[in-house]
Design a protein around this ligand. Structure first.
Ligand SMILES: O=C(O)C[C@@H](Cc1ccccc1)[C@H](O)SCc1ccccc1
Ligand code: NI
Length: 189
């Protein structure tokens, strides 16, 4: 299982690379890596495992964060209304369009690859339209499709997508709270 020791920290050069396209069909190795990444996210959302293995809770993890400069990431989160689960293993994603309207988390963002507390908010698009290969981690089946994602899951997607471009949320922090609607979302106190 992946542990915090496997997650590289800000300053490591891999976090600043533009990740490479993933070869398709997906190799068994890359499929298993995606499974490991999703497993980290699920373990990190289990209080007992967080305590036992000293994990940092997370709703997303991108391959560059485990020192693999490949365009793939996993995410698993409920939306801000706690209604719909957004659980994706994403390969070679592209944000093809996005809203002019922006949003942000009033408490700011965090990152498994940034261990210091930060202040300030990160402006994100309120919705995004993405084209990507979505992987079913149980069967290995891959579906290339377009999807519109909004709200908190869109923030998570944009945060992980940035990792594939070598961008960290700390590059985008704004100190003042702009007059756009914030998304309140507290899944992990
Ligand atoms: O480092 C990562 O990429 C994972 C981030 C993703 C993320 C950051 C900010 C906003 C949304 C997603 C971690 O999940 S940050 C820790 C965290 C844990 C639970 C809920 C929100 C953020
Ligand atoms: Ni991050």
């Amino acid at each position: 299982m992946l542990l915090m020791k496997d997650i590289i920290q800000d300053g490591h050069p891999t976090l600043r690379l533009r990740a490479k396209e993933v070869d398709l069909p997906l190799s068994e190795e890359n499929l298993n890596t995606l499974r490991e990444m999703m497993n980290y996210i699920e373990n990190s959302q289990n209080d007992d495992l967080v305590e036992e293995y000293d994990l940092r809770p997370s709703v997303g993890l991108a391959a560059p964060q485990i020192n693999l400069s490949l365009k793939m990431f996993c995410m698993k989160t409920l939306d801000e209304n706690f209604e719909t689960m957004h659980q994706y293993a994403v390969v070679n994603p592209k944000i093809v369009s996005y809203s002019e309207a922006q949003t942000y988390l009033p408490g700011g963002e965090g990152c498994l690859s940034v261990d210091e507390d930060t202040t300030g908010i990160v402006l994100r698009s309120k919705w995004i339209r993405v084209k990507a290969h979505f992987v079913d981690l149980k069967t290995g089946f891959i579906e290339f499709k377009e999807m519109k994602i909004k709200g908190y899951p869109a923030i998570v997607f944009q945060h992980e997508y940035d990792h594939l471009l070598g961008v960290m949320f700390t590059d985008k922090i704004e100190e003042s709270k702009p007059d756009v609607n914030a998304i309140e979302f507290k899944i992990y106190e």
